[in-house]
Write a new protein. Structure first.
Length: 196
């Protein structure tokens, strides 16, 4: 198992493009994903030796669905608007857990590679959320109160421009374009690896 096959098969692209239209959404989904995936990994580590291999998949699916449901209910109790903004992407965390389990993320990968992949996901989500909100809305961290729980005065965050930005950046095609530009910039960076 290598990291490139894990990235290709672990459905990270859907929440990466869909939920990174703002910094608050990206940060919220990242933290929620890391929390659920972390708890799932610990629970399956305890359960895996105690169950027969033929029911490990169904056990993993039930555990992932339960943990994701509990997390989304907690998110809804924390802030309904944030729950509404994340939409189906929060529900996809359960599928992410099952795919990672199937790919051997919790059994074959070492702690260092798991931390690297989690850090890559977190960093990329935050970077895309920051860039897409800044370019698309002309703001930074608008609706931060959804995540922190503190009331903000106007809900606009810190403005870069008074009249907004390029609307395409907050839409899904703009997310794909920006992600492609980031990948191209990484490939063009001197000293970057040339492996595909």
């Amino acid at each position: 198992m290598n990291q490139s096959s894990m990235l290709q098969n672990s459905l990270i692209l859907t929440p990466l493009i869909g939920a990174s239209d703002s910094l608050v959404n990206a940060l919220s989904l990242s933290l929620l994903s890391l929390l659920v995936i972390g708890i799932y990994g610990v629970k399956m580590h305890v359960l895996r030796p105690r169950i027969v291999p033929s029911v490990q998949l169904i056990t993993g699916m039930m555990l992932a669905a339960t943990l994701t449901s509990l997390a989304t209910l907690a998110l809804q109790a924390w802030n309904v608007e944030l729950h509404r903004q994340l939409g189906i992407y929060a529900g996809l965390i359960a599928l992410q857990c099952v795919v990672l389990e199937h790919n051997g993320f919790f059994t074959q990968a070492g702690k260092r590679s798991r931390l690297q992949l989690s850090g890559l996901f977190l960093g990329l989500m935050i970077l895309l959320g920051l860039l897409r909100e800044g370019i698309g809305n002309g703001s930074f961290a608008s609706h931060l109160s959804w995540l922190t729980g503190f009331a903000d005065s106007n809900g606009q965050g810190w403005l870069f421009a008074a009249d907004g930005g390029i609307r395409l950046a907050v839409l899904a095609p703009g997310g794909f374009i920006l992600l492609g530009l980031l990948i191209a910039a990484k490939q063009a960076w001197p000293g970057a690896s040339t492996s595909h």
